[in-house]
Design a protein around this ligand. Sequence first.
Ligand code: IVH
Length: 695
Amino acid sequence: MPETALLPATMTPQQAREELERLAAEIAHHNAAYYRNDAPEISDAEYDALRRRYDAIVAQHPEAEPENSAAQDVGAAPDTAFGKHIHLVPMLSLDNVFDREDFEGFISRATRFLGMDQKATEQLIFVGEPKIDGLSISLTYEKGRFMRGTTRGDGTEGEDVTANLRTLKDLPLRLSGSYPDLIEIRGEVFLSKKHFLELNAAQEAANKRLFANPRNAAAGSLRQLDPKITAQRPLSLFAYALGFCSEKISRSHWAYLEQLKEWGFPVNPLSRQIKGVEDAEAFFAEVSQSRAELAYDIDGVVYKIDDLALQERLGFAGRAPRWAIAWKFPAEQAITRLKEIEIQVGRTGALTPVAHLEPVNVGGVLVMRATLHNEDEIARKDVRPGDTVFIQRAGDVIPQVLGVAPSTDGTPRLAPYHFPDHCPVCGAAAVRPEGEAVRRCTGGLTCPAQVVERLIHFVSRQAFDIEGLGDRSIREFHDIGLILTPGDIFRLHEHAADIEKRDGWGEQSVQKLLQAIESRRTISLSRFIYALGIRRIGASNARLLARHYGTYENWFSQMQAAAIIGSDARLELGSITGIGTTTAEDLVAFVAEEHNLQTLADLRANLTITEETAASEGALAGKTIVFTGTLHTMTRPEAKATAERMGAKVSDSVSKKTDLVVLGEKAGSKAKKAVELGLQTMDEAEWNAFCSEQE
Ligand code: IVH
């Protein structure tokens, strides 16, 4: 028989004690990951389930509750304890590769973007640096004086930890030599392996929570409310990147690292200039070799294109630069037992299988859950509850089940797993359209799982971003019937008195929440569209739509008009670069659904949706540009990215609405049409001159 979770009522006191201890340790780990490190490893729903199980067992066995249990903590340091600060240049992340082939893929993507030939590609210089497993920070210096230090936060806005950073002995409070007026210097704060062990020994002696790894310990130490505590933790620093700078300071990253050293920053001594893939691979092997002897944890090697002019041309794609990559150390694997397969239901009704595992330590992290991807993967690997399975964890990605390991104790396996054809939450049929990997619940908005997930999405960071209205409160308000639709959020004030009486709420917290909701009654169109949770409309597609249609009324009426295939509205929707046929269908289907129309009307009546201004700062804000013909000094994606950086929309077809047509060589019918319509045109040289004036 597979071991399923015991019911609290049937547990012996010994079993209850053991399970509570295990749960408390897990909750402590996830508290640290979430509150201290801004890097949750499990979803809030999973976290809630842990706490619920913990509470259920305590309710039955109060005597078995461990002392100093992390589950009693209110949730580590509150978010608002530190001031917030917006980075002058966003702090982004890095894309990962795990082998030479993928590394080559990174190089060819970058060089194709730049239009480089084979020879130039082989000559391309990189800087290789160990990837420090700490937490990134941004340090602002004005006229050479350290003014402010912030954590990464969500990349746009971080927490002000200046007072704590001042206690780092590695951090120069004044820059030596000459320096720009204003500069943001980026780097990693970390705790050495030795100091991590010492810190945990001291924590243990004082009966305090242990840190799961040096990174969590560094994050926890930096986010102390009392700088005196941070001062006792020997945190170190390596500087490795540039944020904003009021003037140009170097032409290469390597020269920038030299400059950092002159100013007094520690720069990783293993950093090296590298030419070509061969050297890069050798450097990776070298760093891997020395990993164990290093005084601090690293999790790979970062490669950055050295030439800063090239870096600038390459820019960013999504959350990561096109000019840098993290080549991570191989994934860590382990073997454990699969206890059960849980089917979760997401916002769009997708049924996702999650493996619940016998907890196992994989490279310093306790893993209890892993993804099984989808129905076909379970069948292909023939994974069954009770099996012993190989699992793998690589970097920040969700652990995955690789396959079944041979059983060692000869116990017979259970029957093959049958993926449910009904939604486990609402019981509606779950269907899988032909050619798709995912089975979906057909319950739509009558399925509580979908409703709750949609509401959670609605208030999430990139959507309405309502402080104080997280997953937990949404579930709570949904369960008691106060928030059943998005519009209900804006009527929550009518229930203030009831909420105040609830456990965990008081007059102040309710007032704060209501204020946060009020402040979001005015919302930008792109956030609004994203919040709706339409399939395939993530934040960047929402921005594209918002920029293109400008106002809510225009967007909404155009989406309705686009229902007719072949209509002008449908053609226009299809011409937006980035919006494909299926995405267009999803949009049209969304506004055709009665429930959604009600939701939209309700929200419209309660909100002010502002015209999109995200791109209004660029020199081409609001302009529509078409590139046509062959370009010689840049590739098409590069030209497009440059135009978009200046706030333009790039379209594929010329119409009355086009503001500018850039004519490459052999520009054909589009050039003719541009002339006929009397549109402004530029040749490639003029375009380049225009760009260099602007950027
Ligand atoms: S460069 C725009 N260099 O890795 C990219 N990052 O996975 C700036 N990290 O958030 C980052 N060592 O916290 C860079 N030598 C290094 C690094 C490094 C560690 C961290 C950093 C970043 C994360 C991305």
